[in-house]
Design a binder for this molecule. Sequence first.
Ligand code: NAD
Ligand code: MG
Length: 383
Amino acid sequence: MVKQISLLGSTGSIGTQSLDVIRAQGYGVFALAAHSSVEKIEAQIAEFHPRYVTMVDPAAAARLRADLAGMADAPKVLEGPEGLVELAKMDGPDVVLNAVVGIAGLGATLAAIESGHDVALANKESLVTGGHLVTEAVKRHGVKLLPVDSEHSAIFQCLQDTESAKSLTKILLTASGGPFFGMKQAELAGKTKADALKHPNWSMGSKITIDSATLMNKGLELIEAVWLFGLPPEKIQIVVQRQSIIHSMVQFSDNSVLAQLGVPDMRIPIQYALTWPQRCPGPAPELDFTQLKSITFDVADDETFRCLAACKRAIGKGGLAPCAANGANEEAVRLFLEDKIGFLDIGRLVEAVVDSDRFGGSYTLADVYECDRMARQFVLSHL
Ligand code: NAD
Ligand code: MG
């Protein structure tokens, strides 16, 4: 039986690299979803022949239907955020890979889990905004949540020995430090979108690239790690590893440390999530230690990079505070990419939202969306 995948966010950076892995492994594609890139999805349909496709943007869905009219094995085209959730629920795939960007991925993550699907999760915002709902649903439905984020895949790989995993005492979450590593606020003030979009080691979508420049990405990943591995935030230390060769490490009760290393190529963690518990040859190259001169370590500067400080406070506060931090960040990054606010405004706004309220304890999905809306509104009224 050929493994079948539903791939949400198929036109993005993770989406297209996932299709490289799917092609190399000879897996089948049950369904594809994206926001609005009709041309890209048409090429994917021609190659992978999915049975269902969602275009979240209704105008894009209408164009796609028109283009596919008359095609022999044309997929059924769904639309809107409801179409994304409907696709995530469908029986047929062995795993749903969620590579949508932002809180827009949360509903689909929950729908897939609640329908009994294993989920390969690139969409870290699902865990940041609704971590308690997602992890409860995973337990209730007995499904697997397979991390795709490279750091979390590294930690997951280091914890495959279940006996050792019981004595996990600390996670060392590595960070590249981004394009502005070593700079202070005075220098960061004038940084433009073009400066921030130049990441030293990874080629990614624009939102996560900005998140890497502000270190918001590492803050989101800290929260993601708390939910995935069950350690409190003070047991997760962020370590700058400039070359992005060590993807994270774990420490056990005897102070022994295990690390996962590899070239910075997302197809390695994507493939591990799809082939787990097996390992298979794949499209990513091997790490050449003769070319690698050194592996360095530094401290992550949360005095300067306020998004990271804000995320640490948010997970400490608990409840919906991480959701508020995420919503403020999504809105601030959108404004920064439209040249409407400066680089340092992103951290200022995220921090202000986190410090504005107590954010309660447990929550429902409706509370998550309401908190997200309020955080975005807060940003717009504090420009
Ligand atoms: P991207 O911007 O390249 O792609 C995003 C995908 O989501 C596209 O297919 C787009 O059509 C779709 N999308 C956008 N808005 C949507 C909406 N409202 N509803 C449904 N679909 C929508 O982003 P990316 O870099 O591939 O990142 C995707 C996710 O993976 C993010 O959560 C990111 O944090 C995470 N991630 C990315 C990388 C990376 O190397 N790119 C690494 C680790 C984790
Ligand atoms: Mg990562």
